[in-house]
Design a binder for this molecule. Structure first.
Ligand code: PAF
Length: 271
């Protein structure tokens, strides 16, 4: 595995590559969810590139940028054992007074973007930089970050970036907890409380399977399960992230964001 720490090293590693390039952008603290993305990239491409970069522009003031879990040694091992060809591990990707990408208000400043205004501008800007540096054939993103995925897909379309976005299912613990690098912040009792998110989502699926399509009814049932967590939002939207009053199977995402202690967790189901 080649470790590229600068853009020049990255281009040196990739310039002679004639096979397809599968790219998994990450912020490190790799878990089984990332491993699944890397495995899929490995199966579908001749060359696999992973980036590890805790992108400062997607953190708001007061968020966990400085304490975000960093596990360099373990992450390098996971990449090596997963058959990654090139690990891009830059110190920084930014200069001063740079041009940046702006998410549209309608998808970028609602839900996650309402709680974290500007977060998606930072995500899109760094992903644009990474795409232009790696020049991947395919890029792999988890459905857990559904809004991020929708915005990146839109950016690729709007800017004509020649990459295929390959969304991947959320990976869960056996009890349903969605894997997240932030789960390490949870103590055992908080981890138990965190299960309310996936339980509420399971309930939404059960209701829809039972013929209940009213989003107001489903939202109410989810809040009852999530109690007494500090819920930031429960939202039922179509794939374009527009609010809907009735679930349309095949075009609906149910999302939840809640705080467990001081840890902010998100989860969703696509139906
Ligand atoms: O999903 C993430 O880990 C990050 O938002 C990403 C896409 C690597 C951009 O920093």
């Amino acid at each position: 595995m080649i470790i590229a720490r600068t853009l020049t090293q990255l281009r040196e590693a990739l310039d002679g590559v004639s096979e397809s390039i599968g790219f998994v952008p990450t912020m490190g603290a790799l878990h089984s969810g990332h491993r699944t993305l890397i495995e899929t990239a490995r199966n579908e491409n001749g060359c696999v590139v992973v980036s590890i970069y805790v992108n400062p522009t997607q953190f708001l003031a007061g968020e966990d940028l400085s304490s975000y879990p960093r596990k360099e040694e373990a992450d390098f091992k996971i990449c090596e054992l997963s058959g990654v060809d090139v690990l891009f591990y830059p110190q920084t990707l930014y200069g001063t007074d740079e041009v940046s990408v702006k998410a549209p208000d309608i998808r970028g400043y609602i839900l996650e973007g309402a709680s974290r205004p500007g977060h998606f501008d930072g995500v899109l800007t760094v992903v644009m930089k990474l795409f232009n540096s790696v020049r991947p054939t395919r890029a792999y993103f988890g459905k857990k970050d559904a809004q991020q995925l929708a915005l990146i897909t839109q950016m690729v379309e709007n800017f004509g970036i020649p990459v295929a976005i390959r969304p991947q299912e959320t990976v869960r613990e056996s009890d349903g907890l969605a894997l997240s690098s932030r789960n390490v912040y949870l103590n055992p009792s908080q981890r138990q409380e965190a299960l309310k998110l996936s339980c509420a989502l399971k309930e939404s699926t059960k209701l829809v399977m039972g013929g209940v399509l009213s989003t107001a009814t489903i939202t109410e049932a989810m809040y009852a399960i999530l109690e007494p967590l500090e819920v930031e939002y429960v939202a039922i939207v179509n794939r374009a992230f527009e609010a809907i009053s009735e679930v349309v199977v095949g075009d609906t995402i149910v999302l939840v964001a809640a705080r467990v202690g001081t840890t902010r967790l998100i989860d969703n189901v696509w139906m």
